[in-house]
Design a binder for this molecule. Structure first.
Ligand code: SF4
Length: 246
């Protein structure tokens, strides 16, 4: 049985602040990859093609890992979406010599693209291997350049990039709420992967709000965090598949 996710001292200390996080229900994920496509479209992530992928130059901010459960012929495919875990104790942050990666007060692991000098120390330090390096200047031949999202920069060759929890969407919702003099409502912020997932396997919200759907699911007995024993304190919580929800 998966044990409930513990609340770290850092989370308790920051409990008056938001901590953005995501819950991923592995029982619901069908491996359709709609989240991967949505992430590419939203964040101007280039498609590197088959040849570059074969040279380990793949470029995705979210990947779907596939596992097999059981023995042939009674095997079942299981899928696990893996993205930046926005760790509270992120191993990538202290190793960057130019502070291109840092922690925001809302718990996001941010990346300053025009500060990155491409040492890739962060990519080596990340145990989840969710940071990707731009080996080439991305190419968006006409008319593809017209689909680029103007809220997101197009990254250049020689830098590391990764999932931002669609921070541009978070900021837009926060600004709209501020302008209307109200609080951000639970479920109002929808990163592209969350919005596109057909079975709603991804739930995004404030983990410091005990009433939010994400924090309630994070307290499920099915909840676990990837490589939790490393002490990275991830903000992505998985719900174990194959058990009834609680
Ligand atoms: S869109 Fe949803 S169901 Fe499809 S792979 Fe992504 S998380 Fe799984």
């Amino acid at each position: 049985m998966a044990k409930a996710v513990r609340v770290s001292a850092k989370e308790k200390q920051d409990e008056n602040r938001r901590r953005w996080g995501m819950v991923i229900d592995l029982d619901r994920c069908t491996g359709c990859q709609a989240c991967v496509v949505a992430c590419h479209a939203e964040n101007n992530v280039p498609v590197v093609g088959e040849q570059e992928a074969a040279r380990s130059h793949s470029m995705h901010w979210i990947r779907i890992e596939r596992y097999w459960e059981g023995e042939y012929p009674n095997v079942k495919a299981r899928f696990m979406p893996v993205l930046c875990q926005h760790c509270g104790e992120a191993p990538c942050e202290p190793v960057c010599p130019v502070f291109a990666t840092y922690h925001t007060p809302e718990g996001l692991n941010a990346q300053v693209y025009n500060r990155c000098i491409g040492t890739r120390y962060c990519g080596s330090a990340c145990p989840y291997k969710v940071r990707v390096f731009n080996w080439f200047r991305p190419d968006f031949p006409e008319p593809l350049e017209q689909q680029l999202n103007p809220d997101v920069s197009v990254r250049q060759r020689g830098i590391i990039e990764k999932c931002s929890f669609c921070v541009q969407r978070i900021r837009r919702v926060e600004l709209d709420a501020d302008a209307s003099g109200r609080e951000v409502e639970d479920g109002e912020v929808q990163p592209a992967c969350v919005q596109s997932c057909p079975p709603s396997a991804l739930i995004f919200g404030d983990l410091n709000d005990p009433e939010s759907e994400a924090s309630q699911l994070a307290r499920s007995r099915r909840a676990f965090r990837l490589l939790d024993f490393l002490g990275t304190d991830p903000a992505v919580i998985y719900l174990k598949g194959g058990e009834t929800n609680v």
